[in-house]
Design a protein around this ligand. Structure first.
Ligand code: CMP
Length: 136
């Protein structure tokens, strides 16, 4: 079944010039790009995006990090796109969870700066795509 998911290259990924690497891995997997936008995120959008983490000890640092520089936001489409992108990205903790061959497994070290984001369910994908790309 064709699905859509929201992908972010976070400020650490843009800063490290890994945008091309991430897009390349999306395309090599066979997933398609529906929308792409490089932008600096304001605190309001960041807080809405990460609403499920409100109240957690790392919430403030999460908001500071995601608003600290340009982010590449993308809508990605394909069969089982949500799970497929999560496989390409690797687990949240780049050392303990992400496997070699994944973006985080190959290129990241820390959970707080793990390069990319992906929606974790069809409900999150719908919510996040509406938030980041209201016109879609
Ligand atoms: P992401 O998939 O974008 O969704 C929530 C983010 O919170 C996650 O990636 C991590 O970057 C971050 N995160 C999760 N747990 C922690 C933690 N214990 N400390 C710092 N950041 C965290």
């Amino acid at each position: 079944m064709t699905e859509r998911t929201l992908v972010l290259v976070k400020p650490d990924g843009v800063e490290r010039k890994l945008v091309g690497e991430v897009i390349s891995r999306i395309e090599r997997k066979g997933l398609g790009l529906v929308a792409l936008d490089l932008r600096v995120v304001d605190r309001e959008l960041a807080a809405q995006h990460y609403a499920e983490h409100d109240g957690k000890p790392f919430f403030e640092s999460l908001l500071e990090f995601i608003t600290s520089g340009p982010v590449l936001a993308a809508v990605v489409e394909g069969p089982r796109a949500i799970a497929a992108w999560r496989q390409v990205a690797g687990g949240t903790d780049p050392v303990e969870k992400a496997t070699p061959g994944s973006i985080r497994g190959d290129l990241a070290l820390e959970t707080g700066s793990n390069l990319v984001h992906g929606s974790d369910s069809p409900e999150s994908a719908a919510r996040e795509i509406k938030l980041w790309f209201p016109a879609l």
